[in-house]
Design a protein around this ligand. Structure first.
Ligand SMILES: [Zn+2]
Length: 479
């Protein structure tokens, strides 16, 4: 039993059990005993083993990043931001993805980098959606994060031979062997002795998995009491493919097949039947998602780079959908992702009041928790997990502080994150990771990217090298 006390914090974002919402407290104590919060608010009268001053600090719940691909995304930094295929509705999923992917043994460095970015931006829980790679479980456990490993598998992979026709390479076994491997990762996570690992069942995407693979996966998730996440509504091409195969939208297909429910999260849920790019004739999808209690993991940054946005966050909330937020791509800067979610919603709605800062904060905390079927994370309340973050109110980028959460989301972001505890363990201390050396990880990641870039001509269907696929911002002049 080790009690840690943050004494007299200037601000605390506490959970109000009666009203089921976050509230501000000022001049309040927060105490936790090992991995559990024991007091939020008032003055702690017990004896603490460790006491920290809460002066010039805000204490808030750790954020929940509901959708990430750590084994690849950091290696794409400064390469893929401006890549998108104009003949496949601007998506870079189909011919840009595999060109820069790190070798299997290199992926762990990308993952570690992403884990560091998450902790430094106040994330304590995340969903780790990767095709299994060497040392994954150990690296996730060593990061200090609360990790929901979501091993990906699929019946088919995307291919394009000419850059404008999307094809699917279907596996002979429908992806069943890969599903078995994923179950092995799920078992390893659920049985891990850190107590911080859990799992999500995650067949890759609605267009790359057969209905039978998705159905059996959902049945397996339900048998084990695990949450389920599936990419759906991610791309124009996916919408066109599903309507071609089945005659209905992705969500209407999932509803018909009884594959929606409160344990299901749709990764992205962006290209739904109402989206303005589609001009589809129905307006049923948002209502179906809400009626089934299904969640949406909204990841605005990758789409914003393509010039695409969800339409729109406020409308989904108004319909009653449980919204969560994920970073999906690099950077894994959850606080900036929250800002982007707010801005993109307001632009799409052409209305600044379409979403509030509280809505965004809820999505990044209790929204994610609900999607993961947990009520002990994403909130500061007695009995909840000791997953919490302190924000430096005296950091210049936070000042002046009229409303700390606005200063944090609209300006300071990760610059103001000072301490992060996950399960009562301090993973960030005074702005530095305790679980890894970010400089060393970044150095390895640079080497990983260099090795991947060398392979581009072997992987590209036109045998181009990296500088041709992804030209630099400026032409390089020779002196
Ligand atoms: Zn994704």
């Amino acid at each position: 039993m080790t009690i840690t006390l943050i004494r007299n914090a200037d601000w605390v974002i506490a959970w109000d059990e009666d009203e089921d919402c976050h509230v501000y407290l000022q001049g309040a104590d927060v105490a936790f005993d090992d991995d559990r919060i024991i007091q939020v608010g008032g003055q702690f009268e017990g004896t603490a083993d460790f006491e920290l001053s809460g002066r010039s600090r805000m204490v808030m719940p750790g954020l929940i990043n509901m959708h990430t691909h750590p084994s690849t995304m950091p290696a794409f930094k400064s390469v893929r931001e401006e890549l998108g295929n104009p003949q496949l509705y601007l998506s870079a999923l189909y011919d840009g993805w595999n060109l820069f992917t790190p070798a299997p043994e290199d992926k762990v460095w990308a993952a570690r980098y992403a884990y560091g970015e998450m902790l430094l931006s106040g994330v304590t829980t995340y969903v780790d959606m990767c095709f299994p790679f060497p040392n994954w479980v150990d690296a996730a456990a060593a990061s200090g994060l609360r990790a929901f490993l979501a091993p990906l598998y699929q019946s088919a992979s995307w291919r394009t031979d000419n850059g404008h026709e999307l094809k699917y390479d279907w596996k002979d076994d429908d992806g069943r062997a890969d599903m078995e491997e994923a179950v092995g990762v799920i078992d390893a996570a659920m049985g891990h002795n850190s107590g911080r690992l859990a799992a999500v069942v995650a067949p890759m995407a609605i267009d790359t998995c057969s209905l039978s693979l998705i159905g059996d996966s959902l049945a397996m998730a339900r048998e084990r009491g695990l949450p389920f996440q599936l990419h759906a509504g991610e791309a124009m091409m996916e919408f066109l493919e599903i309507t071609r195969r089945h005659g209905v939208s992705q969500v209407q297909l999932l509803a018909k097949e009884r594959m929606l429910g409160p344990d299901v999260t749709l990764g992205h849920g962006l290209f739904l039947d109402h989206h303005s790019w589609l001009h589809w004739s129905t307006r049923a999808d948002i209502g179906l998602i809400a009626d089934h209690g299904t969640s949406v993991a909204h990841c605005p940054t990758p789409f914003s780079r393509y010039g695409i946005t969800l339409e729109h966050f406020g409308k989904y909330l108004e319909a009653g959908i449980n919204m969560a937020i994920g970073t999906d791509t690099h950077p894994h800067n959850m606080l900036e992702e929250m800002r982007t979610a707010a801005i993109m919603c307001r632009v799409a709605a052409q209305n600044m009041h379409a979403v509030s800062t509280a809505d965004i904060f809820n999505a990044a905390t209790v929204g994610g928790a609900k999607a993961l079927m947990r009520n002990d994370i994403g909130r500061l309340a007695p009995g909840a997990k000791a997953d919490l973050v302190t924000i430096a109110l005296d950091e210049a980028s936070m000042m002046p502080v009229y409303d700390p959460i606005r200063s944090l989301i609209y300006t300071a972001a990760d610059r103001a994150v000072r301490d992060v505890w996950v399960d009562g363990e301090r993973a960030v201390e005074n702005g530095r990771l305790t679980t890894m050396d970010m400089g060393e990880v970044a150095h390895h990641l640079s080497e990983v990217q260099a090795r991947a870039l060398e392979k581009v001509p072997q992987r590209d269907r036109l045998k181009r090298h990296a500088l041709q696929v992804a030209p630099l911002t400026f032409r390089t002049r020779r002196h």
